[in-house]
Design a protein around this ligand. Structure first.
Ligand SMILES: [Zn+2]
Length: 160
């Protein structure tokens, strides 16, 4: 997710989203997004502020909050309750994860599929700007498949 090529794809999509929302693509917003992408774990706006300062790119806190709000709105960030007074944010990696849902027991397994992500990131729809997507694949989990097989075998032997 953080390699350079992915990053430029994400930045390009963010620019499109800003345009779609009638917001300007400012160097500040792009730089903030780049820094957000570098965070591996939870971060606070205060940490983001420091990171921007350290990079000789000082921005106001209101600009930070404004950009974080946009990222939340499009589902790229979520607020996390840390139990402390400061609000932490976490990146949502919705793009690389596919939900595999069992139709029988409802169990959901998350798998990463980077080729699907690359495909979707490159995909452009007419008269539509994608913010995010989530994909659920329905099927049968191994446990249920085994159970169903046993049940069928039992029914067969009961008939005899
Ligand atoms: Zn199942």
């Amino acid at each position: 997710m953080t390699d350079q090529q992915d990053k430029s794809v994400i930045i390009e999509r963010f620019s499109d989203i800003l345009k779609g929302k009638g917001k300007r693509k400012t160097p500040e917003r792009i730089k903030i997004l780049e820094k957000v992408l570098d965070f591996k774990k939870l971060f606070t706006v205060e940490q983001l502020y420091q990171v921007m300062l350290n990079d000789d790119f000082p921005v106001s806190r209101s600009t930070l909050y404004n950009t974080v709000d946009v990222l939340m709105e499009i589902g790229w960030l979520r607020k996390m309750n840390t139990g402390e007074s400061s609000i932490a944010y976490e990146r949502v990696e919705q793009t690389a994860q596919i939900h595999l849902k069992c139709e029988h027991c409802g169990k959901i397994k998350l798998v990463k599929d980077t080729s699907f992500m690359a495909y979707m990131n490159a995909r452009k729809f007419m008269a539509f700007t994608t913010s995010y997507y989530n994909l659920t694949v329905y099927g049968v989990c191994n446990d249920c498949a085994r159970r169903i097989k046993q049940l069928k075998r039992k029914q067969k032997s009961d008939k005899k």
